[in-house]
Design a protein around this ligand. Structure first.
Ligand code: FAD
Length: 462
């Protein structure tokens, strides 16, 4: 028998990264690992679902990094289709429900990892559960959507309505376009991509128009209408209805923390579990949490946020597994970097938007520049817009947003590093970034933006 038992709740990015890292550091004699996953899959990339649905990725299984069998070969006792329904913190045990057999049982733990992820927001509107209305949170969701598309008539126009214009919404708009649908995106906000300022979101909107995707801003869905067969036919907003053969929901997610809340564990203002730097749940030395179910410290704003991204979930898992396995790791926080695309338009952001800066009492200047991803004379040079936000007086970088083509997205990583290092925009102007005509103009767009922002900081005085 192992010296101690680790129980993991949730078998995807954060949970199985934690389990795998702990196993790398501690053999089965020292640590028994029992992991519970209520779904059909483990260690899969939800991030790849839009590209699988759109046809860029051929098969569902291409998105699976590690199967349950592969985890079991590494001495992880992974129990699939088994949901943890109760957590007894004082008694150090969890109650599990085997969804296949209906059997319930308690399992004790010495150490616990909560990696229950996030659940999609589903407003309680009429028709939300109708046939032809699909989320894209899990591989099962992706498969159901593909099956639903296959079942549609092939003649005549096929119309898809995507509800939500965040990154999942715009990625799914692209996927449906590639599937040959006429696509309408219904966006409650002022512009698509609310993670950008509205002036940059407008560029995304214009580009989507150019791609043939209709985006309707300020459109709050009120109901989903169905035909006699119970399948979706239209989506209604306050203003009008939109014909739909299929509806894809990308309205956002909330941390899945019901279990942890019921057990009395601490959650923050955004509903995510609160952890320390080692990813231990605050006040509980033997319980860790990571991934979409936790809040993370925003290093620029100085307060916690809920950001559901796989990049964080994997890092959290690595840190948790290291600490449980007897090593050492911390997750200091994030600067809020995210990238996505709609067809060839790349969208990137890091740090604070203007409203984020205002919300935490920072005064700032902004500068926006137009440039290209390659030397202007080099074939294929395409436009790119960079918006930079810096603190008034100090010139400290606060945020960057980039919308453009041809290498726009990953340019934001330079800004993410500058934010992490606490650089000023003046310091950024001297960054030794690579240059050759196929990759960048002599002055990289990020440097051009930094120079203009320096001028704005100086112009604004103190
Ligand atoms: C369409 C889409 C595109 C995305 N694209 C990107 C991207 O480009 N870049 C990026 O960084 N991120 C992206 N993400 C986000 C990323 O997939 C998530 O942040 C990541 O999966 C979070 O991992 P997690 O382990 O915290 O949670 P999840 O992946 O949600 O895993 C949690 C698991 O816990 C299980 N579970 C929950 N409660 C219980 C319970 N009580 N008992 C047993 N099991 C339980 C769930 O079934 C689930 O499998 C995307 C997400 C989606 C849906």
């Amino acid at each position: 028998m192992a010296a101690e038992r680790l129980v993991v709740i949730g078998g995807d990015a954060a949970g199985m990264s934690a389990a795998s890292q702990a196993r790398r550091l501690k053999g089965p004699d020292a640590l028994e690992i029992v992991a519970f996953e209520r779904g059909h899959f483990t260690s899969y990339s939800a991030c790849g679902i839009p590209y699988w649905v759109g046809g860029d990725v051929e098969a569902r299984d291409d998105l699976i990094a590690r199967t349950p069998e592969e985890h079991r070969e590494r001495d992880i006792d992974l129990r699939m289709r088994t949901e943890v329904t109760e957590l007894d913190v004082a008694g150090q045990r969890v109650k599990a429900l085997d969804r296949e057999s209906g059997e319930t049982y308690w399992t004790g733990f010495d150490k616990l990892v909560i990696a229950t992820g996030a659940r999609p927001v589903r407003p309680a509107l009429p028709g939300m559960d109708a046939a032809g209305v699909h989320g894209v949170q899990t591989l099962d969701d992706g498969q159901a959507l593909l099956d639903s598309l296959d079942a549609l008539r092939s003649e005549g126009p096929r119309r898809a309505v995507v509800v939500g214009a965040g990154y999942i919404g715009v990625e799914m708009a692209e996927a449906m376009l590639k599937r040959g649908f006429e696509v309408t995106v219904l966006n409650r906000g002022e512009q698509p991509m609310a993670t950008l300022d509205a002036d940059m979101g407008r560029l995304v909107h214009e580009a989507m128009d150019g791609l043939g995707i209709t985006t309707v801003n300020g459109a709050a869905v009120t109901k989903i209408l169905t035909g006699p067969d119970g399948r979706v036919t239209e989506v209604a907003t306050d203003a009008r209805t939109y014909p739909a053969d299929v509806v894809v929901l990308g309205i956002g997610v909330e941390p899945e923390t019901g279990l942890a809340r019921d057990a009395g564990l601490p959650v923050g203002p955004h509903g995510g579990l609160l952890t320390d730097l080692a990813m231990r749940v605050v006040g509980h030395d033997n319980i860790w949490a990571g991934g979409d179910c936790v809040e993370v410290l925003d290093l620029v704003a100085g307060r916690t946020r809920h950001i559901a991204l796989g990049t964080h979930a994997n890092k959290h898992g690595q840190v948790i597994g290291s600490n449980i396995g007897g090593g050492y790791g911390t997750f200091p926080g994030v600067v809020g970097t995210a990238v996505s695309k709609v067809c060839d338009l790349e969208i990137a952001r890091t740090g604070l938007r203007e409203k984020d800066a205002r919300a935490v009492g920072l005064r700032y200047v902004t500068a926006t520049i137009e440039s290209t991803g390659r030397a202007g004379y080099y074939p294929g040079a395409k436009p790119m817009t960079v918006k930079m936000i810096a603190e008034l007086r100090t010139g400290r970088l606060l945020g960057v947003q980039i919308v453009g083509r041809d290498g726009a997205a990953k340019r934001v990583d330079v800004a993410a590093v500058a934010l992490t290092a606490g650089m000023t925009v003046e310091q950024m102007t001297a960054l030794d970034l690579g240059y050759a005509p196929p990759f960048s103009p002599v002055w990289d767009p990020v440097l051009v933006a930094a120079r203009k922002t320096v001028a704005a900081v100086r112009g604004a005085g103190s």
